[in-house]
Design a protein around this ligand. Structure first.
Ligand SMILES: Cc1cc2nc3c(=O)[nH]c(=O)nc-3n(C[C@H](O)[C@H](O)[C@H](O)COP(=O)(O)O)c2cc1C
Ligand SMILES: [Mn+2]
Length: 460
């Protein structure tokens, strides 16, 4: 069965696991595995060898199962949404333009089990310890929801959280939307109520990964999930707070982030593969844990293909829309894996005017300040085909004319060679053919080659 054959999105993580299993893209591991390093080691090996998603059913004395890699390839993401892999970015762009509002329902399976106060114990969950020098178990796939105390605007975003006791976490909140909400609570000397959602499917995961560069504060990420799914998210109200969470999430932690309190978090291996040291961060206190029967805890390895896709795919529709706003004729865009799905962009354009290549570079830089390298190629070059892109550079790029260098912009801390002032240098490569050449330099073809079916010729 090809992924494209299923043309509707899944309805929950459990449905997604079943679909992936049917497609041969998920394997169940019944052998006992330790959540300390061992599970992460198997998952990383599997990722490096382009293996399937994994469902571990025996994680020792911990309750529940662990799934990892459900969104580990573009093909799996597309299969969960019910679209062809090549149509993913366009589908995503549409969800941003046509979000679907969520609906509140009275009950959901996420409340099948409720533990409140002293009965809530994070250490019962199979929370993974990943890298050698990580400071212990970390939630790496937790989606945090909170609401602005004055405006009522809601937000969803990922935040890594270090487990510091049965009901205490440390959370990393860099200045984006959740930070803005927290500052409003802190200014009133009030704790920020949060619900942390663990174990959801592709539409919700990618909605939470859609960042402020694509959608403004107040743009409800649940609406993006609905747009990706093709129907409104079903949400239930929390047990100890008023926050709405997905009715069929596997696990939800309800708690709060106290005002004016910070404590040590770290070390932790971040997505670029290097450790961040111990740093004072926000504190989270958990007051309730709810979960489905036999819950599925969702793991995520820093720097894995899955994490890079969660961080990076949401940049593609935003980038595509922004570059299309800059010039006409943009065919496709690849925010590449090697550029950590963030820093390097390949744009394929159907060139209409001399200068389109340079202007596509300008538009891509303007779309996101993390962009460090832009390569522009002609419409007949597939931006996902690295060999074809490199061949375009070999053929159509001359550094004295086609290179754009911009110094002194703000760099991303992931970049190891920032200046003392924190700036970086960006580079654009215009590898499009001059218009005068495109008609005369058509690629050589052998008549009939495209129509040959090798099965007609390779008969023993
Ligand atoms: C797996 C993963 C882990 C992340 N960890 C953090 C984190 O620890 N702290 C943080 O501030 N952002 C983190 N992010 C980034 C934000 O969650 C992400 O950019 C989000 O879309 C921001 O949403 P917002 O625009 O609503 O603020 C992470 C993203 C992913 C995909
Ligand atoms: Mn947001």
């Amino acid at each position: 069965m090809s992924p494209g054959a299923l043309n509707t999105a899944v309805g929950s993580l459990r449905e997604q696991i079943a679909r992936l299993r049917d497609l041969g893209a998920l394997r169940t591991v019944e052998r006992p595995v330790s959540p300390v390093h061992e599970l992460a080691a198997v998952a990383q090996r599997c990722d490096v060898e382009n293996g399937p998603a994994l469902l571990f059913t025996d994680v020792g004395e911990h309750s529940g199962r662990v799934v990892i890699g459900t969104d580990g390839t573009r093909g799996r993401v597309a299969a969960a949404l019910g679209v062809a892999a090549g149509a993913l970015t366009e589908r995503y762009a549409r969800a941003l333009i046509d979000p679907i509002r969520p609906v509140e329902v009275d009950a959901g399976s996420v409340h099948e089990n409720v533990r409140i106060g002293g009965d809530a114990d994070l250490t019962e969950l199979p929370i993974l310890t990943h890298f050698e020098h990580d400071g212990g178990p970390y939630l790496t796939s937790g989606i945090v929801t909170a609401v602005h105390p004055q405006t009522g605007e809601r937000n969803l975003s990922y935040h890594r959280m270090q487990v510091k006791g049965p009901r205490e976490l440390r959370m990393v909140i860099v200045p984006r939307h959740l930070h803005r909400i927290y500052e409003a609570y802190e200014a009133m000397d009030r704790p920020m109520p949060v619900s942390i959602v663990l174990g959801v499917d592709t539409p919700l995961r990618f909605a939470a990964g859609t960042s402020g560069s694509a959608v403004p504060f107040g743009f409800d990420e649940y609406g993006i999930a609905g747009g990706l799914r093709g129907r409104g998210e079903e949400l239930v109200r929390g047990i100890t707070n008023d926050l709405l969470v997905p009715a069929h999430a596997e696990i939800v932690l309800e708690g709060y982030v106290p005002a004016h309190e910070r404590a040590d978090e770290g070390p932790f291996a971040e997505f670029a593969g290097y450790y961040k040291g111990v740093t004072p961060r926000h504190v989270v206190r958990i007051v309730a844990i709810t979960h489905r029967h036999d819950p599925v805890y969702q793991g995520l390895i820093s720097g894995s293909t899955e994490q890079l896709l969660l961080m990076g795919l949401p940049n593609e529709p935003a980038m595509l829309t922004a570059v299309r706003g800059g010039i006409a004729g943009v065919r496709a865009i690849n925010v590449t894996q090697g550029g950590l799905h963030k820093f390097h962009v390949i744009v394929s354009v159907d060139k209409q005017h001399e200068g389109d290549g340079k202007d596509a570079i300008v538009a891509a830089f303007a779309a996101h300040r993390d962009v460090k390298l832009v390569v522009v190629v002609d419409h007949d070059v597939d931006p996902f085909d690295q060999v074809a892109v490199e061949r375009a550079v070999a053929t159509w790029f001359r550094a004295d004319e086609d290179l754009v260098v911009i110094t002194g912009g703000k760099g991303n801390p992931v970049d190891k060679l920032l200046t003392a002032a924190g700036t970086t240098t960006r580079m654009g490569m215009d590898a499009t053919a001059p218009l005068a050449h495109t008609s005369t330099d058509a690629r050589a073809e052998i008549p009939g080659a495209a129509q040959i079916d090798l099965a007609d010729w390779l008969i023993d």
